[in-house]
Design a protein around this ligand. Sequence first.
Ligand code: PGA
Length: 251
Amino acid sequence: MKYILAANWKSHPSSKDEAKRLLVGLSKNSDKFRKLHTIIAPPNTFLELVGSKIKSMGILASQDISLLSKGTYTGETTVEMLKGQGVMASIIGHSERRKLGETNSLISKKANQALKEGIAPIVCVGEDVHDTEGNYFEVLNAQIRGSLEGLKKTDAKKLVVAYEPLWAIGKSAKDAMQPNDLAQMIVYIRKVLTEMFGRASADQVAIIYGGSVEPGNAKELLGSGAQGFLVGHASLSAKSFVEIAKAMLNK
Ligand code: PGA
């Protein structure tokens, strides 16, 4: 099995030159990225640039998709436009978009739209707080069911669920989830998916982890059963992203 290594550049880098430098650093290590399912999700302004370099490394993703098709929709980037740039996957329902008002219901519509358009959805879920009473299981259950509503068993093989607990995002390796806790969460997510899609289909869904994945914790986090990572800040340095890839390959 090839692990998934997805980069979420968020709203970085701030210039095309910086993006080019990052890509040069990554391209030098394309042999490693090819041994993984490497996905890069730059901001839309750099889709073309990343798209022109990514073929030797992996596939291009967007950080969101629109439900609207071409028309009078100021500010929207349509799926058709994304596909025109070579986008093959899309992060959907990232917690930073949920904070801007995206609901489970909207996210499920986007996931269905992505699948209909032949784009692999990377649907993000994750609790705000990992409380001692275990309420986060309920939170996650509702998020998974709500965000994947309407998906069919046959969609499972194209679906990636990214478990990203909010409290672990954007920190450092020591603040990331511990591998044992992550293992428990992955079993739970798989159980909810099994209830939704049946065992055989649920097993086809890739479950990855995001939240302060860095070179220092990538290897041990993979021991949890995660099938890969969604990496934020550590994907903005070629050096650390390559180190994460190496750690995954040495697992
Ligand atoms: P992080 O971000 O790696 O900086 O924690 C992950 C994400 O938000 O996707």
